[in-house]
Design a binder for this molecule. Sequence first.
Ligand SMILES: NC(=O)c1ccc[n+]([C@@H]2O[C@H](COP(=O)([O-])OP(=O)(O)OC[C@H]3O[C@@H](n4cnc5c(N)ncnc54)[C@H](O)[C@@H]3O)[C@@H](O)[C@H]2O)c1
Length: 385
Amino acid sequence: MNMKNQIIGIVGAGAMGSGIAQVAAMAGHKVVLFDNNPGSLEKAQTSLHTNIHKLQEKGKISNAAEIFQSISFTSKIEDFAPCKLIIEAIIEQLEVKKAVFAEIEKQVQDDCALATNTSSLSVTALAASCRLPERFIGLHFFNPPPLMALVEVIPAIQTDPKITDASVALMQSWGKTPVQAKDTPGFIVNRVARPFYGEALRIYEEGIADIATIDYAMTHLGGFRMGPFALMDYIGHDVNYVVTETVFRSFFHDPRYKPSFSQKRLLEAGWLGRKSGKGFYDYSPDATVPQPDTNPEKCQMILDRILAMLINEAIDALYLGIAQESDLEIAMTKGVNYPKGLIQWCKEWGASKCLAVLDDLYRTYHEDRYRASALLRKMADEEKK
Ligand SMILES: NC(=O)c1ccc[n+]([C@@H]2O[C@H](COP(=O)([O-])OP(=O)(O)OC[C@H]3O[C@@H](n4cnc5c(N)ncnc54)[C@H](O)[C@@H]3O)[C@@H](O)[C@H]2O)c1
């Protein structure tokens, strides 16, 4: 099965769908971009025209007109008939997505692969609603697709391995960095990154440190590009909180992923972060910028606690076969720009040190949230030997 040089169909001309259309067109495909909202199609047409021509102005491409013309914009689902891969990027609702795939399957040939860009739904559940579930796969792009190299490739339990291999090859041919993940909540990035936000919120809610101090510890001491609170404000609490709550629910309420009331209240108040001018921080021009407490012991304690939780999450994902080690490392460094892979960090730090931090938290709180992964315990044992 070869998807190269084939016509690619995209459902949903929003932020993700139009970005994926640009990536496919720039890789030389003919693209059919479908949306049921004429306003979305019009907006996508204008923004794609601008984005592609801007690349030409910057000297990055010389065939902007040709690339733009290879994308057709349509509100007729029948136009998917000649496609060999359809990537769906519509609203994140299971029933709506299922209905769209049922319609698509009536239009395309049996050898057309079907993919979803879902961030939080089960790929297997979506595949199950298709007539031919073995041709179904998850292709999770990051925002904005033309700039973010990482793509999580998520086979459903029904997916034919040939579809998985062809998808990986196709993403490579598009200049992307594909990693493979098991179909479990949050895949790799949205699972492993949860403690970056969750443990920072917990430290803040307990009154151990304020937001400026936690952000300072993670950036200055940890080398992260943004601190957790600045990053949550940047992503927007409507997105970040909803991902956390969905992951928590999908993990059968595992306390490791428990959402925070402080963040929920921001969402309820409409203090969504940067885009609304206020979140954890105040972005109005005359706002006073909160100053961190740069006490070295305090900052080290904050970094150790959040990092130990992150490492534990990555090690547990490895233990449970969610992804292979190299893919876990690539996902966190390319998908969310972590300064180092978390497993590498564990090796440098020492698994015993990480385990000691977690066991100490477990003794203090008596909460399942702080349980160390069996693999981390094994690694610490091996270190001693
Ligand atoms: N935004 C992100 O950062 C991000 C990252 C990775 C994955 N995702 C996932 O990608 C998908 C799309 O997200 P988005 O941010 O691009 O959303 P968006 O709201 O920007 O765009 C969704 C588009 O789908 C269209 N649409 C809705 N229902 C439709 C239907 N029944 N038929 C055809 N078109 C329909 C809408 O008109 C809209 O243009 C979601 O599943 C989301 O979880 C989003």
